[in-house]
Design a protein around this ligand. Structure first.
Ligand SMILES: Cc1cc2nc3c(=O)[nH]c(=O)nc-3n(C[C@H](O)[C@H](O)[C@H](O)COP(=O)(O)O)c2cc1C
Length: 410
């Protein structure tokens, strides 16, 4: 299948002009032998390359190029499929933007195009090329957040409680994981993650529950999480609990029950945030919307969980804005290498800033992911990089510390 792949990258300090000429020469021969075309733009510090050819040639070539030490910070920007070759079979052309008239360049590249496809001013690939020529690369980590400048350091502090066992035995247990704000060194809240009574995964627990009793179980189990939080948290700390949307709108009196559970746990409503899982299809949207209003009226916070992974609808956000949106891990994984995700997250950061909504990045595991997200304006993070879920307690937190300095950035 004919594919077009576009990426951007940064020139390595070790790469001279002569190295570039050699690179271009070797690449040209190799590309011709594979019938791949590489349009390489260079502005003195950044590369931007369009690779066009059969997918089974372009894919391994791109992986090979990613490992090339003559450049760093390779970010994939676009991957598309097409019915025709835009650039014919021209091997490799290097354009040094410092040496050419950039206004004429777009036309020149357009004229490399096969004649019958020349008049495609709206073609997405050409729009990308034009954007790079006029504006350079996009969404880089700021100088303050270069991964090589940071290490993670433990606060060497944890809390543990012994769960209270009811007469019938507990239906489940909870592990707690903090949501952190590295810039201030503050913990925004602790998410209670459900586990089986033996501490096993939620999948194992939910497999043992019939679909008819799922929503009631979901609500009733929260009493245990809230009780534990009531015994474990300070009065200035918050707990997040997860609920299926259906638990709210199909169990009568659900919000009143939650309020009572909060009261019995000696917590204040403003210490509690309900994270509504958006992976479940919301069928009764109006009833759901009504439940959200009730939660708000009870003084409890609302977050949309796993945003971007399921059925979340922009139309829900247009009707109702939560206190928090938690970006699903699938959007966060390798964000520093993926321009497509970067453009989406940048738009979410802007939306949340404009609407006063807190944005949380879930499932952060790499320093590189944190650095990129922190640079673009995300402030709240959850994930193994900072702290793992801890059964019946709160585990140690790893805060980013600038190498050579003893304090974290807070
Ligand atoms: C910015 C940049 C663009 C490159 N583009 C290509 C290309 O289009 N085709 C290619 O074969 N190699 C390209 N290379 C070089 C490859 O990484 C690699 O050095 C080359 O394919 C020779 O690999 P080999 O010595 O394993 O045969 C590029 C390298 C850089 C840094």
């Amino acid at each position: 299948m004919l594919t077009t792949l576009i990426y951007q990258s940064q020139l390595s300090a070790e790469c001279s002009d002569n190295d570039l000429r050699i690179l271009s020469h070797v690449a040209c021969e190799k590309n011709i032998s594979m019938q791949v075309t590489g349009i390489l733009l260079f502005n003195g510090t950044e590369f931007f390359q369009v690779l066009e050819g059969e997918e089974h040639d372009v894919e391994p070539l791109f992986r090979h190029i990613c490992d090339d030490l003559r450049h760093t910070e390779v970010v994939e920007l676009m991957r598309d499929y097409s019915a025709y070759r835009r650039f014919g079979d021209t091997g490799m052309t290097l354009f040094d933007l410092r040496k050419v008239d950039t206004k004429a360049l777009v036309d020149e590249i357009r004229h490399m195009n096969q004649a019958q496809y020349r008049d495609l001013p709206d073609d997405r690939v050409f729009r990308f090329i034009k954007r790079f020529i006029n504006q350079g690369g996009w969404y880089r980590s700021s100088e303050n957040f270069k991964p090589s400048q940071w290490k993670m350091a433990s606060n060497n502090y944890s809390r543990q409680i012994t769960p209270q066992i009811s007469e019938q035995g507990n239906i489940c247990t909870f592990a707690f994981q903090p949501i952190v704000e590295p810039i201030t060194g503050h913990i925004s809240s602790f998410e209670a993650l459900i586990r089986s009574p033996e501490g096993k995964s939620p999948e194992e627990l939910f497999a043992s529950i019939s679909s008819e009793s799922l929503y009631t179980f979901d609500l009733e189990s929260k009493a245990i999480a809230l009780q534990q939080a009531g015994r474990m948290l300070r009065t200035d700390e918050k707990i997040s609990i997860n609920l299926f949307p259906g638990s709210l709108y199909s169990v009568p009196g659900s919000v009143a029950l939650l309020s009572e559970q909060i009261r019995q746990a000696n917590l204040r409503p403003d210490q509690v945030i309900i994270e509504v899982l958006e992976t479940e299809l919301i069928i009764r949207m109006n009833d759901f919307h009504h439940s959200l209003k009730e939660i708000r009226a009870a003084g409890i916070g609302i977050a949309i969980d796993d945003f971007g992974s399921g059925y979340s609808r922009l139309s829900l956000l247009s009707k109702f804005q939560p206190d928090k949106i938690k970006l699903d891990r699938a959007l966060i994984v390798d964000i520093h290498k993926n321009g497509i995700k970067q453009a989406m997250i940048a738009a979410m950061v802007k939306y949340c800033e404009d609407m006063g909504i807190k944005l949380v990045a879930e499932g952060v595991e790499k320093k590189e992911e944190w650095c990129w997200l922190q640079s673009i304006g995300v402030r709240l993070f959850q994930g193994y990089l900072f702290s793992r879920p801890c059964l019946n307690g709160i585990g140690e937190v790893y805060w980013p510390v600038r190498i050579g300095e003893d304090q974290n950035i807070g």
